[in-house]
Design a protein around this ligand. Sequence first.
Ligand code: 3PG
Ligand code: MG
Length: 403
Amino acid sequence: MKLSDLSLSNKRILVRLDLNCPLDGEQNISDDSRILAALPTIKYLIKKGGRLILCSHLGRPDKKRLPNGNIDRQRFSLAPIAQRLSELLDQTVFFQQDCIGPEVQAAAANLQNGQILLLENTRFYKEEKKGDKAFAAELAALADVYINDAFGTAHRAHASTAVVADFFLPQAKAIGLLMQKEVEQANKLLHEPKRPYLAIVGGAKVSDKILLLEKLVEKVDVLLIGGGMAYTLLKAQGAEIGASLVEDDKLDLAKKFLEKAAQKGIKVLLPEDSYIANEFSATAEKKLADNKNIPTGWMGLDIGPKAQTAFISEIQQAASILWNGPMGVFEFAAFAEGTKKLGQAVVEATQKGAFSLVGGGDSVAALKKLGKAHAVSHLSTGGGATLEYLQGNELPGLKAIEQ
Ligand code: 3PG
Ligand code: MG
């Protein structure tokens, strides 16, 4: 059902959000975009007289355990998020140090209309990622209505993002306003995009994105590849890439991908040159190299000027643009030029009428650093989710509501 068709007054509403924000070592939120993006749905539900039970994951607590093997409940706590939400909404957001159990049940039952409760990290339970039914049932038992607004996590078939929806009748579940907006914007690229459709894909690893690349070449007209992943593709073409990042076990896959793209007549551009460094550091010695011949011991950390010119000229001709992943190690000022210049080109193309969608934490961060976050058509809160959706894959978080 549509959010606007649901009966919400006096109802306990379980709202799955993606409040997975980066925190620094002192538990300060370094980027609150996802919290800001969640506000319209929260405010809407409050205005309708709902009693909100918010839940989310934060990080991957199972991967970064304490030395004794336990979950690091402090580092991955949503407590700082509750604090920030309280400030932004100008009302107390109550916090529970668990997401299921008797205390949570009591707190949920005692909520009054317009009150908000945030639950602790759903990934403190391994059942979350397993999509465990019993765990999902416990979450579901807290509420009368379920809203999924966690677009950033919609590509995960987890207990709180997908399985929980099975416990609610069609008239008691819906997607939230953020999810609606994200899907609407992504649909502009998925269904009959204005052509030429150009995708810029960067980031460190080919292994993360090779499947995406294979599907993207079915959809786009031009594909620009930069970042660490480009070097595996360059090596697959026979280039000497020195000490650049490479995944040798993906060379065959990379070769096949390039052949497939060529057969299809898709223009795939790899960077012709790189800014190279003698070590992986912000203060490394820096020089320019042709990507066919990167000297031994040196590594490419950014795309060079020839690559920038070639890429920018394609961007200028594009009518639809998807950007995911930086062109280099933009966290190091000395190797941020390529990402910055491409970001600037995307902004200019947007001003001239192209539709641009930027997704993925790093490219979004790069754009923010440029102060241009609002100068693209859509800045997505999802990286993985956007890419899955744009390949034509179903998002479990969406399907769970719509089926
Ligand atoms: C993200 O930031 O990618 C989303 O919050 C999903 O998190 P995950 O990649 O750890 O599943
Ligand atoms: Mg992710």
